[in-house]
Every structure is written in C-alpha cells, then in structure tokens.
Design a binder for this molecule. Structure first.
Ligand code: 3H9
Length: 643
C-alpha cells in the first residue's frame, strides 16, 4: 500500500495505490489522514486531487476487517477530516467509487468522474448500512429520493446518471489526472460550494416514507439491512447532522456484527473466490471466440442467449427445419422479453438475434471453438450428437454436455480426443441464472477445465466444479431436500405448513409449490428410468400424484389444486385422499422446527458430498444452493447456515 503526493503548481495530487481495489484498510486510512495534515501545512498548495492507481477508485472499506474490532482512524472521522481540510479536495474517480470509497469522495469538496466510472453505496448487499455518512451526506448532496434509491438497493449508478443526480460535479473523458487538476484550478477561481454536511435537506412527508417502507419490505424478503438503511435515511432527513451520524454509526456497528452480515460476507468472498480456482492458477485456458449450441429448446435457447449476451457469435443446431423454427421462436421470446423488461433496446435485441446462425447441418461447426450440447436427457440421443461432433469439429474444439443427471463419462464414450470433453450444467433460464456447475470427467484435461471457468467469467456466471454423482451437487441436495419434505408429510406435517415454513426461512417458494410450478413429471420420469434400469428406487408420494395425473400447475393440480387462471395453491382434498394411508394421523413436526430440519438435511447431504470429493469446499455447495436453487443469500447457504 502506498499513498504518494505529487505537486503540479498549486495543486497537489494524492495517489492511493492499494491493489487490488484500493480498499480502505487501517493503514490506508492512516496514510490519507496524514496526507491531509501534510498538505494543510504546505502553504504552496491551494487544492488537492485524490486519485487512485490500478483498476478502480477506492472500492470501499476493507471487508476483511469487518470481523475484527474497528481500529482508528475510523472512516467517518477520516471523511470529516477531508471535509474540514484547509484546502478543497477533488475526488478523481475511475472504475468504481463504492461504499466507503464514495463516502470519502463525499468528504471531498468536489467529485470528478471518468465517463466509464460508477458510484454507489452497496453496503446493504453486505448486510450493513453505510457507516461513514453514506446515509447522512447522500441526501444532503443529491436529495432524499436519490439517496433512498442508491442506499436501499445498493445498486451503483454510471457517471452520466450520477451527474444528473448531483452525485458528481463533472464527467470527463481522456486523462483523468489532467482533467481533475484542470477542474481543481478552475474551482479555485470561484467561491467554494458549502461542505455537504452543512447543506440543508428536506424530508418528504410521512406518507412517502411509509410507501418506501412497504416497497422495501416486499423487495427485501427477510433481509434486514435495506429497512435499517431506510430508517437511517429518515433520521438523516429529519434530525441534525451529528445526531444522524451517531444513529448511522450505531446501526452500522450493530449490523456489522449480525448473522446476516456474516452470511453475506461469506457469499461475497465465496463468489469472488469461485471464479479464480487455486488449483487451476497455473493453467492457461483456451480463448473462446465462437460457440455453438445443439438443441434450441428452453435450455438450449437460454444458453444461446447467455452466449450472445457475452458477445460471442453462435451457431444453433437443431435436427430439422421445424425444430429450427421452434428454436427461433424460443430465442425471439427471450430477447423480446428482455426488451419488454427494459433490459435491452430493440436494436440491441436485433443485434443479439443477428449474431445467431441457425440450421441442422453439423458441417457448419467445423471451425467452432466451443460446442454445448443441450438436447433431450436421453443417453442415446446425446451420444448420437457427440458422434456427429467428433466427426465434424476441430480436434481442439471444447465439447460440452449440459446434462443434469446422465453420467458424462457415458456420454463421452467413443469420442475422439476426450480430453476436450466436459460437463457444463446451466440452470434454467440459462441466460438469467448465475450458477454454472462444471463437471470434468477423468479424461478432461486441465486446460479444458480451466476453459470452463474462463467461459463462466465471460458469461458473468458463478462457476462451481462438481464431481460425477447422481445429480452432481445441486440436484443431489435438491433430491434429499424433497425426500425429507415428503418424510415430514408422511409424519403428518401439512404440505402447506412445510411450504410456508420455507418461505418464512427466505425461499421464494416452498418445496411443494416449486414442484407444482416446475412439473412433478420430470423427477418422476427420471425415477422411472432408474427403476427400468433395475435400480431400487422406493415409491415416493410424488409418484402417486403423477400416476393420478397430477403433474403440477400445468395439469391444474399437483401437491395443490389451482383454480383456472389462478396460480395460488389451494390445499387439495384429492391429494389428501390419494395419500391417505401413507400419511400419519399425528400433527407432524411443529411449524417452528420445519425449516431447521430441512436445512439440516440439505447440509447433511452437503457433508456427504464433501466427504466423497464431489464438491471442492463447503462454500462451493453454498454457492450452488444460493445461485441455482433459491436458498436465501442472506442465510449464506446450507453449509454456512448450519456451521
Ligand atoms: C463499506 O465500504 C462500509 C462503509 O460504508 C463504512 C465503513 C466504516 N474489501 O470483485 P473483484 C477483493 S462496505 C476487501 O474480483 P472486479 C476481492 O475479494 C464495502 N477486498 O474485482 C478480490 O480478491 P481476490 C463496500 C475486496 O474488478 C479482489 O478484491 N464496497 C473488496 O471484478 C478483486 O475483486 C463494496 O461492496 C473490499 N471492499 O470488481 C465493493 N472489494 O483477488 C465490493 C473487492 O483475492 N467490490 N475485494 O479474490 C466490488 O464490487 C468489486 O470488487 C469491484 C471490482 C467492482 C470494485
């Protein structure tokens, strides 16, 4: 870590260099603290530019310090010291000014940002509130509405928007240091603006605050920090500066020590660690410049969309003209949906479509770098695809299967150069879901494996390496979760109570509602396949429902009944009759124990997975459940939650 001071006439340039992201650890806080003193004491200096080396402006407090007692100088004091400095400081922002980084920028008299930069207060995503005046200075700088949006969502804004909101004073292009020094010189010719802490703030009426509270409660789904942040903002808008600062600090320190913050920090580091696996640090991945997808159903089209979103030109192969047409409709629907939701402009959606070549001729794949098979879950069908790929693709093309249940070793049998074969298990909708399970076979080369991880980075996905077993990591735990939930039903626990308990825990849906939405027949067919292959698969309650035609919402009923046009689950007398004799008359497990029993079962399966070497570490299992299966992020995943 270095903080250096240069001089350009009457403007000093303080450069912070603390790789990788200039996080504000104790020594950096001290060094900036000292720089204020040095420059205040220098009569030749009239203004100071604060700029950062490396990829970004200060990206926030050093999160690794959060488990330890705070050590001075404390960040709020440093921000005050910058604001009270005898010379005006100008924050010169590139990359991201986040959390404590943006709070430091608000301590400066001015903020100048490169056009590609962004600013934000993402603390709520770490289960805390801003702790160095983010909730108190932001409303004084940009108004209460902008502050509430910035702080309670944690979403950063790009420089142009930051300028329009008043969060920064100027957006520049070119050489940031040159531009910031020029800005500082010009600023010296005019009266200085008031320090932010001294600016007035107008609070909206109580009804507005109530509305915000309602909306945030709905959005936060059990997460505490967004509501506490709103509370801090309200105090900031209604109380004097010092009182609001004290309230913010107390809230920050309380939340910093909370279980939710610990869980979210766990996720923060697990997510970042996942993209850089230590065991592949020495392996250079292949460069992927083109890709193809075999199969344009829901999964194939989603994978194709994900590849296009990452800018890769792709070829989509289907078996005949009709299937190509259906695949085209599937892709169009994905991009049309993105336009409707405001994620893409019409022109961007069209460019996405234009980058897809469709057909049924494998010969088109002769020069493709990566091919992902996403056809029907049937070994013979998949093998036929890889027989074609083995003949047509380059010997060094990476060939991947998206299978969720079939042993990839069986799929790869007979494939020439099996070192380039790998499982890439996407989750539906593949262009939205962040998880990518990467499943190497014993013959997969380290280079192919590293390319799987590199692809995940290219697609902005979270990669988790999984060994080969029934269902890999995610579906294997899902199976155990469902089996345990059924066991509770057999003991007499009402289906609706189990779902309500898991919603209460933080899932968007309980296990039975989720099956009704996805269809009970998928897992049923898989069990039937295993039975046909001679495996001993005991009958499940779900089997009884499917055999009675109850496959879920699509058949008007599954674990619940559904009224026409209404997706809200209704407890079903028909289900009660079908399951009679298999369900105990007792009242089952008390409501407040249900979630604990089910999460403990998930974790038990996770431990078995670890012992067998199917997952590389417990945090990988947490990533799978959070990013692929709706486990509440603020609980940190089943392994963390039951540690
Ligand atoms: C805060 O500021 C509280 C204050 O209000 C009050 C305090 C009193 N600390 O993401 P990357 C590491 S809360 C420590 O892959 P990118 C990260 O683990 C903070 N380490 O890079 C990784 O390490 P490794 C509010 C951090 O270029 C490496 O840096 N701020 C921190 O894709 C590279 O990270 C945030 O929440 C940190 N704050 O993205 C911002 N940040 O290489 C969090 C990163 O060993 N950070 N690391 O695996 C980010 O959003 C991204 O890192 C950023 C760069 C966009 C900056």
């Amino acid at each position: 870590m270095t903080v250096s001071i240069d001089r350009d006439g009457e403007v000093a340039i303080v450069t912070v260099d603390n790789p990788p992201v200039n996080a504000l650890g104790q020594s950096l806080r001290q060094a900036v603290w000292d720089a204020v003193g040095t420059l205040d004491a220098d009569p030749a200096i009239r203004a100071v530019v604060l700029i950062c080396a490396g990829r970004t402006f200060i990206a926030g407090a050093d999160v690794t310090e959060f488990g330890k007692p705070p050590v001075p100088p404390h960040l709020p004091d440093l921000v005050d010291r910058l604001e009270q400095a005898g010379k005006p400081w100008v924050a010169a922002i590139h990359g991201s000014a986040l959390g404590g980084g943006f709070e430091v920028a608000m301590g400066c008299r001015f903020r100048v940002a490169l056009d590609a930069a962004s600013v934000g207060l993402p603390e709520v995503t770490l289960g805390i509130v801003p702790g160095a005046s983010g909730t108190v200075r932001t409303p004084r700088l940009a108004g209460v509405e902008a502050a509430v949006d910035l702080v309670t969502t944690g979403r950063p804004v790009k420089a142009a928007r930051a300028l329009s909101l008043g969060l920064v004073d100027a957006v520049v292009t070119g050489d940031l240091r040159v531009e910031a020094v020029a800005f500082a010189r010009k600023a010296l010719t005019q009266p200085l603006p008031q320090q932010i802490s001294a600016r007035p703030v107008t609070s909206p009426d109580p009804a507005w605050w109530d509305e915000q509270k309602k909306a945030i409660t709905k959005r936060a789904k059990g997460e505490v920090a967004p509501l506490r942040a709103l509370d801090c903002l309200r105090v900031a808008a209604e109380a004097p500066f010092a009182e609001a600062m004290a309230h913010e600090r107390a809230t920050f320190l309380e939340l910093r020590a909370s279980d939710q913050a610990a869980a979210l920090r766990h996720m923060f580091f697990a997510e970042r660690g996942a993209t850089k696996p230590a065991h592949l640090a020495e392996v250079t991945p292949r460069h992927i410049r083109s890709a193809a997808v075999i199969g344009g159903g829901t999964m194939g089209a989603g994978i194709a969309a994900a590849l296009r979103d990452a800018g890769l030109p792709i070829i989509l192969i289907e078996r005949d003209a009709d299937a190509v047409q259906r695949a085209r409709v599937n892709l169009d629907n994905i991009f049309d949906g993105a336009v409707k939701r405001g994620k893409l402009t019409e022109a961007q959606a069209q460019a996405r479509i234009d980058g897809v070549t469709m057909g049924s001729d494998y010969a088109r794949l002769a020069d493709t770098d990566l091919v992902i098979e996403a056809v029907f879950e049937d070994l013979a069908v998949k093998r036929a695809v890889f027989a074609e790929l083995g003949q047509t693709c380059r010997a060094d093309a990476i060939l991947a299967t998206n299978t969720s249940y079939i042993d990839p070793r069986l799929i790869a049998q007979g494939l020439p150069h099996p070192d380039r074969f790998i499982g890439l298990h996407f989750f539906s909708p593949a262009n939205v879901m962040k998880l990518l399970e990467i499943v190497p076979t014993p013959t997969t080369s380290p280079e192919t494996l590293a390319t799987g991880f590199a692809l995940a980075r290219q697609l902005a996905k979270i990669p988790v390496q999984a060994g080969i077993c029934d269902g890999f990591i995610g579906n294997r735990i899902l199976k155990r979760y469902r089996a345990e939930a059924e066991a509770l039903v057999r003991q007499g626990t009402p289906i609706a109570a189990i779902d309500a308990a898991m919603r209460g825990y933080g899932f968007a849906m309980g296990p039975f509602e989720a099956q009704d939405l996805g269809g009970l027949d998928i897992a049923f067919l898989q069990r039937e396949g295993a039975r046909a292959a001679g495996q001993d698969v005991p009958e499940t309650l779900g089997d009884i429902l499917v055999r009675a035609g109850r496959k879920g919402q699509k058949t008007g009923g599954g674990w619940y009944d559904y009224r026409p046009g209404d997706r809200s689950p209704q407890p079903s007398q028909a289900v009660a009759s079908l399951l009679a004799g298999r369900v105990s008359d007792s009242s089952g497990l008390p409501f407040d124990q249900i979630a604990n029993v089910l999460v403990t079962a998930m974790a038990a399966e996770g431990h078995a997975i670890l012992t067998e070497g199917i997952a590389r570490c417990a945090s990988d299992i947490d990533l799978v459940k959070v990013h692929g299966y709706g486990f509440p992020r603020w609980r940190g995943g089943p392994m963390f939650a039951t540690r």
